[in-house]
Design a protein around this ligand. Structure first.
Ligand code: NI
Length: 173
């Protein structure tokens, strides 16, 4: 299961609306496995396909904590939020595509998500706590949205300016 290279802000694929998966076939299953491998290697909790340059509606997550008896590993195609709680929760978020930056994001505290699992079966998931924040963050990626979009304009612009400058320095020298 190869680890795939990550895409970083300001890559345009991170700002595109990703395409729905037509069929969950072997290619999609391979993509899911590679994404999990890449996510673990980078020590992330979740990863969306655009973060490895694939504009497809696929996400993976592993939000289990160490002493959790049931590992919570999720592989999802075409995930969609079908309901969200009115009460909200704030959490400090980061993103593998924006390394070195974190910010407080407020989102619905719990959500219900429909998706196709790795066999193509239609499933729903009820999420709260960390998992709720994680799945909303990853689904945002499929819509070209990043956690920095929830921050104040000043803070967001500062981060974009800094990472764009860093990317230029990497490219030019
Ligand atoms: Ni992210």
């Amino acid at each position: 299961m190869p680890i795939r290279p990550l895409t970083f802000l300001p890559a345009s694929v991170l700002r595109k609306t990703a395409e729905p998966v037509k069929t969950v076939d072997d290619d999609i299953r391979q993509l899911m496995d590679d994404m999990l491998e890449t996510m673990r290697h980078e020590q992330g909790l979740g990863l969306a396909a655009p973060q490895i340059g694939q504009s497809l509606r696929v996400i993976v997550m592993d939000c289990s904590d160490e002493d959790d008896p049931d590992p919570m590993i999720w592989k999802m195609a075409n995930p969609e939020i079908i309901s969200a709680s009115e009460d909200t929760a704030s959490m400090e978020e980061g993103c593998l595509s924006i390394p070195g930056y974190r910010g407080e994001v407020t989102r619905p505290a719990s959500v219900e998500v429909s998706y196709l699992d790795e066999t193509g079966a239609e499933k729903t998931m009820q999420a709260d706590g960390l998992l709720a924040a994680c799945v909303q963050h990853e689904i945002d990626h499929l819509n070209g949205k990043l956690f920095i979009d929830y921050l104040s304009r000043a803070k967001r612009d500062l981060i974009i300016r800094k990472v764009t400058k860093d990317a230029r320095i990497d490219r030019d020298g």
